[in-house]
Design a protein around this ligand. Structure first.
Ligand code: SF4
Length: 682
């Protein structure tokens, strides 16, 4: 039987709608969805969206539960696998306490999967529950929460088109979110908007730039401080907005007094004149869209940079009204599916802080005592594991052996614990697993997604899972029952879980199964009842103590390491349109791997010449943590003194785990130092 099933793309957070055409539960092709004009993509798809079912039919799919015995994986029944995991987890809890266990959720899974995962961790007595958002957007999350009282993206994508100025910081939407760029950014440019890009690389987005600032990696903060300094000193800020809707302006102004554009030029090598032009355009050019991404967030000084940018948004009055837009657009499709239900060591569903009042509220709702002690953050979980203190971990749809800074240390840590991985493919992490559980992929289950634009939508099961693979929430419920806490997980369908979420999270009360199943365009979160939604935030105030934005003093923080004689070049990394994260899915998608077949190193012609490197040579890239061999791409798209690799190809063997942002706990993933040598072929 042929079916046309409505789904949401499983890759990035734009949340494009499409159809899967399936015959008897097997995918045949995709169809563009022009039937729902209020969805973000309005029918359009990028190459990843078009290829989005290919990985589901890869022969590499995990089909049976596996237990490692004598170093080899053996196929077992679900009953045996779940019994074995539960027995080991019970032993760990008995001998070392529940805090010796950790659970990792996933931005690749649904709202329901992640809700059940964090609840199981808490039912067992631990708040060691995290997901990769810690490694992606946590710096911006902390900064915006401090200034605006909420990290959320503010306006619908349609408001980008109404903006007169676009500031894109550490983000390349033309490559990483092409549908968003084509549908909204390009239309704003066609309407005459000016665009400022801050990125050390001449990206596809930078080709459209009126002003392109190219700071050294890790020195974006200097540029942001100087823009604040220039706008305040020259009284270019939005005086009415500052007076009526912000607090602490004097403290902010004092904190940036010494950070002149000339000072920033010395630190970042961005000409002071260009910083001034960018600041002037942002402050006086009209309504602005201000977007940032990993190029800002993934640094040990990421929160301070994001804080400086949040201040810029506030003092230029580009928030809390129509025709402006600000926020992040993550690479993964459902970071909010994990962040909102509290897959966080210090937050509960909402998300709300893990404090006595909220813990009590959830204890009453769930029927068991929620642990009060905050858990460990992502990188700290693996540090504790390396020290032998974290004895067991349940990893749902994550590949920390490649996604965490300094990967070789993570591999050593995984060897020391009882590791359970539920995933759709063997990964670098499953090599270290004791038990592997085959999970259903995105198109093989029904689930709720919250796109980064705060649109809550349903994606429906279009394809049969291979072999015995199951949706993650079903796996977790089986495990809960075997662990003796099944009474709190009385779900027989994904709708049962969503109904509990409607009760647990007031802002999602109106996102009921009935509403989402019948309206494919979904609704904007917060939606406190079934009739309402919130496309624009902060129109009448901010969720802070005073209802006004809290401008925050800022200061310069040096990057985690700077070039020296031994390691003279900056190394940074970026995403490619054809790949996704560590490549477990995109590298198994035929059309993507054919077109984007391998990693490479971008190097400026002057640096290449000095090192005797020609385009296409194999080169060794070496940092204090390790080395990789890749092909050189000699190009002036990268500035002199900096080299860059797409991060999907194991770049985290080279990144730094011991420089961590003190506020967000983000490791230094984007600015390390390296040396490059030509690889001699014998
Ligand atoms: Fe999928 Fe993102 Fe491409 Fe849309 S832009 S098709 S959500 S990868």
């Amino acid at each position: 039987m042929e079916e046309l099933v409505p789904v949401v793309c499983p890759w990035c957070s734009v949340g494009c709608r499409l159809y899967i055409v399936s015959v008897n539960g097997h995918p045949r092709k995709i169809e563009w969805d022009y039937d729902h004009p209020n969805t973000p993509n309005k029918g359009k798809l990028c190459p990843k969206g078009v290829a989005s079912y290919q990985f589901t039919i890869s022969p590499d799919r995990l089909k049976k539960p596996l237990i490692k015995r004598n170093g080899k994986f053996e196929e077992v029944s679900w009953e045996e696998a779940i019994r074995y995991v539960a027995q080991k987890f019970k032993e760990i809890i008995e001998e070392h306490g529940p805090e010796a266990l950790a659970f990792l959720g996933s931005e690749r899974c649904s709202l329901e999967d992640n809700y059940v995962l964090q609840k199981l961790a808490r039912a067992l007595g631990t708040n060691n529950v995290e997901f990769a958002g810690r490694l992606c957007q946590s710096s911006n999350f902390v900064a915006r929460s401090k200034v605006f009282g909420s990290p959320a993206q503010t306006n619908p994508f349609e408001d980008i088109v109404k903006s007169k100025v676009i500031l894109v910081w550490g983000y390349n939407p033309a490559e990483t979110n092409p549908v968003l760029f084509g549908q909204y950014f390009e239309k704003a440019l066609d309407n005459g908007a000016k665009i400022i890009v801050v990125d050390p690389i001449k990206t596809k987005t930078a080709k459209f730039a009126d002003i392109h600032l190219q700071p050294y990696p890790g020195t974006d903060l200097a540029v942001a401080l100087a823009m604040l300094n220039y706008i305040i000193k020259n009284e270019l800020y939005d005086r009415k907005f500052v007076e009526e809707r912000t607090d602490n302006f004097e403290e902010l102004a004092k904190s940036v007094e010494e950070y002149t554009p000339e000072w920033a030029e010395k630190v970042s090598e961005v000409p002071a004149g260009m910083i001034k032009r960018a600041a002037e355009l942002l402050a006086t050019g009209g309504n602005a869209t201000i977007v940032l991404n990993e190029g800002v967030n993934q640094h040990a000084n990421g929160t301070m940079t994001a804080l400086a940018i949040a201040n810029l948004i506030a003092i230029t009055g580009n928030i809390g009204k129509e025709g402006v837009f600000s926020g992040v657009i993550p690479g993964a499709h459902c970071g909010l599916c994990a962040a909102v239900p509290g897959v966080n060591c210090a937050q509960l569903p909402g998300p709300v802080p893990l404090n006595e009042e909220n813990a009590k509220k959830f204890s009453e709702l769930w029927g068991f005592e929620v642990p009060r002690k905050p858990g460990l953050h992502y990188q700290a979980i693996f540090k504790a594991m390396a020290e032998g203190k974290m004895k067991g971990i349940f990893i749902m749809g994550q590949n920390p052996a490649r996604s965490l800074a300094n990967s070789s240390l993570i591999e050593e840590a995984l060897e020391k614990a009882f590791v359970v991985v539920s995933d759709i493919f063997p990964t670098e992490t499953t090599k270290f697993a004791d038990v592997i559980l085959p999970a259903a992929s995105w198109y093989e289950k029904t689930g709720t997604v919250i796109t980064q634009n705060r649109r809550v939508m349903r994606s429906f099961k279009a394809v049969k899972p291979p072999g015995e693979a199951k949706p993650d929430w079903e796996i977790l419920v089986m495990l809960a029952r075997e662990l003796g806490v099944g009474e709190y997980f009385n779900y027989s369908s994904v709708d049962d879980i969503l109904r509990e979420i409607n009760r647990a999270i007031p802002a999602l009360k109106g996102a009921t199964p009935e509403r989402l199943n019948s309206n494919l365009e979904g609704c904007f979160y917060p939606c406190p009842d079934e009739k309402s939604e919130t496309p624009r935030l902060f129109l009448n105030g901010f969720p802070t103590k005073t209802g006004r934005a809290q401008l925050a003093p800022v200061k310069w923080i040096q990057p985690g390491e700077v070039p020296d004689e031994e390691y003279p070049l900056w190394l940074t990394n970026f995403r490619q349109v054809g790949h996704f994260h560590t490549g477990t899915m995109s590298m198994r998608s035929k059309s993507l791997i054919k077109r984007w077949p391998e990693g490479f190193l971008m190097i400026n012609p002057e640096d290449a010449k000095a090192l005797g490197i020609r385009d296409g040579d194999r080169v060794r890239v070496e940092t204090r943590r390790g080395s990789l061999v890749v092909r050189a791409m000699v190009t002036d798209r990268i500035r002199k003194g900096v080299v860059a690799m797409p991060w999907h190809w194991g770049v985290n063997f080279l990144t730094k785990d011991d420089a961590i942002d003190e506020f967000s706990k983000m490791p230094e993933l984007k600015a390390v130092t390296c040396r490059v040598t030509k690889e001699v072929v014998e």
